[in-house]
Design a protein around this ligand. Structure first.
Ligand SMILES: CSC[C@H]1O[C@@H](n2cnc3c(O)ncnc32)[C@H](O)[C@@H]1O
Ligand SMILES: [Zn+2]
Length: 436
């Protein structure tokens, strides 16, 4: 790939609070950040073949979406205003049973287009037919941590695990390293301990982590407590899940002991405030988790429970929700919210040495925000402006792994008109199948 130099109004490295380089520049060589510093500081022997000179833009790390189900964009607006188990049992799972591989490919492509437009460069995804998801992510040029979601309690538990193993063997560290994999037991209420132990053994053998939904609703905590006499988090600790790197989505209903376990075990937590609000699941104790040293990143969950995959919006919601919930305006200030969506998310995925910060040696996953717009003036505090005032439409240019995937709001890796038309075609056919 050609050497590239980005010059901009400011670089937010997200390496530490206040690490803002005014009139900054970023040198990109191959897929890596070669140098970051003030204007003119790049070593003279770096001769860029392209210069992106954007004096009114802020450069920051690409956003990290720590929990989603990308293909669920096909279900956007299909089932709203229901609580989790009714939503899953009555609406989503019956429709998912009718999905064909093509639906999942097209739904994921649609999600990737939306993500690129909103500045997301990495997603952690759990779904089925993961070959299709991986193909779409590869084509879009995004970075992803993918897992085949497994419902262990049903007749398909064994085949789901076998499929997962095959998927990992085929796709782990593929697409030039942009795609990595995990094992994805869906949740404690769909994967009993005996199944989880099989999953843990497979994960240890293959050297991959685990992605799971955990402590999402009061109903889940009640069901698991009634059945096993302990909280979902305590049950996971007992079965040995936390001996592995774990990414736990939601973590809404936690006891003090649960928080201690999650922090001590350095479990990555994907906080999904909009999905939790929409499904009326509750409010995750994010500020308590952060105080205890837990690793918290941000996710959107699927577009069927959000109903978009807009990480800038998610960041703002996270900050506002914690303030409202704790009646404390000082909770989750702008820098911390931005950190959760970048460096903190990378840490939750165990990828802190690869992504999430703009420092030399890390992957060149970079976004440029156009600050020259009425809703972003006047400018006092860049972090606050991005978290409280910016929108996904302000994302101007996106690089993933050193490659420009969107420039001046034109996606270069996908034909968006075709992607949208194909998604509509698949969604129409799916709903028609469900009515026949
Ligand atoms: C078996 S693949 C993943 C599985 O998870 C379902 N899902 C989507 N959102 C949620 C959520 O918030 N909690 C639990 N499960 C969820 C999705 O529909 C797939 O079936
Ligand atoms: Zn989910």
């Amino acid at each position: 790939m050609a050497d590239l130099l980005i010059k901009c109004m400011a670089v937010l490295t997200m390496d530490s609070e206040g690490d803002i380089i005014n009139h900054g520049e970023i040198a990109v060589r191959d897929n890596l950040i070669y140098h970051v510093g003030p204007s003119g500081s790049t070593p003279a022997d770096f001769k860029p073949e392209r210069v992106l000179d954007y004096p009114r833009m802020v450069a920051m790390p690409g956003l990290v979406n720590c929990h989603t189900h990308a293909a669920m964009t096909l279900f956007r607006g299909y089932a709203d205003d229901l609580p989790l188990m009714q939503w899953l049992n009555d609406k989503i799972w019956p429709l998912e049973a009718l999905l064909i591989p093509e639906d999942i490919f097209q739904g994921t492509l649609l999600c990737c287009a939306e993500m690129i437009r909103g500045g997301t460069t990495t997603l952690a995804d759990m779904y089925v037919e993961m070959d299709q998801v991986a193909r779409a992510v590869d084509e879009a040029g995004l970075r992803a941590v993918l897992c085949r979601g497994m419902i262990g309690a049903g007749p398909d538990g064994e085949s789901a695990l076998a499929e997962s193993v095959e998927f990992i063997q085929k796709w782990h560290c593929s697409a030039g390293g942009r795609i990595t994999t995990m094992l994805g037991p869906h949740a404690p209420y769909t994967c009993p301990p005996v199944y989880l132990k099989q999953v843990i053994a497979a994960a240890k053998e293959m050297g991959v982590g685990i992605h799971i939904h955990l402590a999402e609703t009061v109903d889940e905590v009640k069901e698991i407590s009634d059945q096993y006499g302990k909280t979902p988090v305590a049950l996971m600790e007992e079965v040995g899940l936390f001996e592995l790197p774990v990414l736990a989505a939601h973590c809404v209903h936690l006891s003090d002991t649960d928080i201690d376990i999650l922090a001590r075990r350095q479990v990555g937590i994907a906080h999904n405030p909009q999905s939790n609000m929409k499904l009326a699941s509750g409010v995750a104790p994010v500020s308590r988790l952060l105080h205890s040293g837990a690793l918290v990143g941000l996710g959107t969950d699927g577009a069927a429970s959000n109903n978009n995959v807009d990480m800038l919006e998610e960041m703002r919601t996270a900050a506002l929700l914690q303030k409202l919930h704790t009646c404390d305006t000082s909770v989750l200030p702008a820098y911390q919210a931005l950190h959760m969506a970048t460096a903190g998310g990378a840490r939750a995925l165990g990828m802190q040495e690869q992504i999430g910060r703009l420092v030399s040696g890390l992957k060149a996953d970079i976004i440029l925000l156009d600050m020259h717009q009425p809703h972003l003036y006047p400018l006092f505090d860049i972090y606050a402006q991005i978290v409280y005032a910016a929108a996904s439409s302000d994302v101007h240019t996106v690089l993933v792994d050193g490659r420009v995937v969107m420039e001046n709001r034109r996606i270069l890796t996908l034909d968006e008109d075709v992607v949208m038309a194909e998604a509509q075609r698949c969604a129409d056919a799916l709903v028609q199948r469900s009515n026949s």
